[in-house]
Structure formats: C-alpha cells, structure tokens
Design a binder for this molecule. Structure first.
Ligand code: ZN
Length: 221
C-alpha cells in the first residue's frame, strides 16, 4: 500500500497472475476496463493518439454488442484488446467449471471473430480470482492479466492532480488500472489521463500496449 490514490501489490508468486511486465526499458502499460463506452472511449482514444501512446482495453462483451464500432476504433488505434467477461457478472465465479468456462469462452470467441485474432487475455470483474477460474483459464490457455497499480477511479474519480501524482510513482513494467466504462466524471477523468501520460513522458516513460506475446507462465509449454 503506497497511498490512497495508488495501490500496488506483488501477488505474482501466489496466483501466477500477470501484474507487471518484466522489462529493462522505461515502459509502462495503461489499461482501461469496462468499456467500450460510446462517449468516453472515443475521446480517450483521441487523447492517446495526440500523445502518441498506446494502451490496452479490457472490454465487456455485452458492451461490445452495443458499441461494435467503438471496438473497431480501439483496434484501428493500435491498442491491445483483452476480455473482461461477457457481462461483468460475479455470480459465474461460483458456478460449475463448465458454466464458468462457457462464460469466458463466449466473450473470448465473440471478440476473436470481431478482431480476427485472439484477445490478449482475460481480466476478471472486480479482480476476483478463484481456483476454478485459474483452472479454467489454464485449460483454455488464456492468460490472466491484472494490474499492480489501481486508483479506484470508478468510486473516487480520477483527475489531473491524481494523474500527476501517479506519474511521479511510475516504475518500469507497471500495469495501471483505470476505467473507460462506468466513468464518474469523464472530463476530469480524461484530464487525469492526459496529465499522467504527459508527466510520465516528461520523466522518460513510454506508454505502450501490452505485448501480444504476453503469456501466463504456467500455460507456456
Ligand atoms: Zn470491471
């Protein structure tokens, strides 16, 4: 725990979940969950493009059904895309493996068809990790990609001040969690992202999309 606005953890050894990227470069990875959102996501994409940075979007499949053209904007922007489940419903974590597997596959397969390639991995709603989830993902060879820094932005919001503070705490390989869906105040949120990237770049950091080769260590053969 480093602060109210930034939270880090190092749980890799317990769950073998991807939370950071091993790198010798000053590169960090912004990730955005819960979209695509018809208002916030296009504006966010414009900001990312103007700052010449790439990010990763963990999309909810039922939001993709409502906003398929926004997903294609994300893809055309050169960002990485992963799944964040079909409907963001937690109840599937407590059902039989078969149900859990179908829930994950439905979103994964839908996105694969739309993108013409596999999504980079799965991020679970609310960060829930259970032994059945790990078992199912391992069987499907889908990496579980979480984060090491979060801001609770859907609860407390995100803004320029928080973005600047976050930039001062960046470390190479960080995966940062923010949300383009369920955004509290999108103007402040976007100003926060802009501030984080601008300040981070001034400190020499590059903001990149998660690599397509990212893999859960235990699923590598
Ligand atoms: Zn979420």
């Amino acid at each position: 725990m480093t602060s109210k606005s930034g939270w880090r953890s190092n749980m890799n050894s317990i769950w073998s979940t991807i939370r950071t990227v091993a790198t010798s470069e000053k590169v960090v990875y912004l990730t955005f969950d819960d979209g695509p959102d018809p208002v916030v996501t296009p504006l966010l994409l414009q900001i990312l493009e103007s700052l010449q940075c790439k990010a990763s979007f963990f999309v909810v499949a039922d939001q993709v059904q409502k906003n398929p053209e926004i997903l294609q904007l994300v893809r055309k922007g050169g960002h990485a895309i992963g799944t964040h489940s079909w409907d963001h419903s937690y109840r599937n974590f407590f059902r039989a493996d078969k149900v859990l597997r179908n829930w994950i596959c439905r979103a994964h397969d839908d996105l694969t068809l739309r993108l013409n390639e596999s999504p980079i991995g799965f991020r679970s709603p609310a960060g829930v990790i259970t032994p059945p989830l790990r078992r199912v993902l391992r069987g499907l060879r889908i990496p579980l990609i979480h984060w090491n820094t979060r801001f609770f932005d859907t609860t407390f919001g995100f803004n320029e001040r928080k973005g600047k503070k976050a930039a001062s705490r960046l470390r190479a390989g960080d995966i940062l969690l923010l949300h383009d869906g369920n955004c509290r105040d999108h103007e402040k949120f976007l100003a926060g992202v802009q501030s984080l990237v601008t300040e981070g770049q001034a400190l020499g950091f590059r903001f990149d999309a998660l690599p397509k080769t990212i893999r859960h260590p235990s699923t590598d053969l």
